[in-house]
Design a protein around this ligand. Structure first.
Ligand SMILES: CC(C)(COP(=O)(O)OP(=O)(O)OC[C@H]1O[C@@H](n2cnc3c(N)ncnc32)[C@H](O)[C@@H]1OP(=O)(O)O)[C@@H](O)C(=O)NCCC(=O)NCCS
Length: 171
């Protein structure tokens, strides 16, 4: 337990991985993976990491900074890895990195990266506090610091959009 009795959890405890075989039903007219399908898989693998860290229900609050670096082809194996980079009171940033593997050639390429924010909620959908994230090595510390910088930018953008009424639930 951290100071004040807040529970803690190591960064590696949230690490999650998924592998998918890309089939024609996942592809666009060029035979490449659809961006929307990739975003769905990114959301899923990120949710797994958030769920493992929070150990309660989690909802996606935002997905920012997604880079589609290279196309993924039908027949590729898609490998997605996620980890909680930093936790706050009820929200956490999850980093996702995606590779495509050509199993015939035995090659891998980095195809996408994304950062998502999840909020831990109770069964009624009300935000609830999460354990404090403990960094366990230099890489974890770098991710933690970088996430802090992104949070500052995200909060400023959120405040700007709220003030402009863009996040209102009114029609
Ligand atoms: C995410 C959600 C629970 C936040 O509820 P809220 O009433 O705005 O809650 P709060 O203002 O108390 O904020 C709670 C936390 O969410 C964070 N948050 C809220 N909106 C955010 C956004 N757009 N991006 C990033 N973080 C956000 C806040 O910074 C806060 O984090 P902290 O407690 O760690 O400091 C609510 O907006 C929601 O249920 N959205 C729909 C989620 C969903 O259905 N996702 C699936 C897509 S269909």
């Amino acid at each position: 337990m951290a100071q004040g009795g807040q529970a803690t959890r190591g960064a590696y405890a949230s690490q999650s991985e998924m592998t998918e075989l890309i089939l024609p039903n996942d592809a666009n007219t060029l035979g490449n993976l659809l961006g929307g399908r990739l975003m769905h898989l990114i959301d899923l693998v990120a949710a797994m990491a958030a769920y493992r860290h929070a150990r309660t229900h989690v909802v996606t609050a935002s997905m920012d900074h997604i880079d589609f670096i290279a196309p993924v082809h039908v027949g590729d194996l898609l490998i997605l890895k996620s980890r909680v980079n930093r936790g706050y009171r009820t929200s956490m940033e999850v980093g996702v990195k995606v590779w495509a593997e050509n199993a015939i050639e035995g090659t891998h390429r980095h195809v996408a990266s994304a950062y998502l924010t999840f909020v831990a909620v109770n069964a009624a959908g009300v935000p609830v506090p999460i354990p404090q994230l403990l960094t366990e090595d230099e890489e974890g510390e770098r991710r933690f610091q970088d996430a802090g910088r992104r949070r500052e930018q995200r909060q400023a953008e959120l405040a700007r959009r709220r003030a402009a009424g863009k996040l209102s639930t009114q029609p």
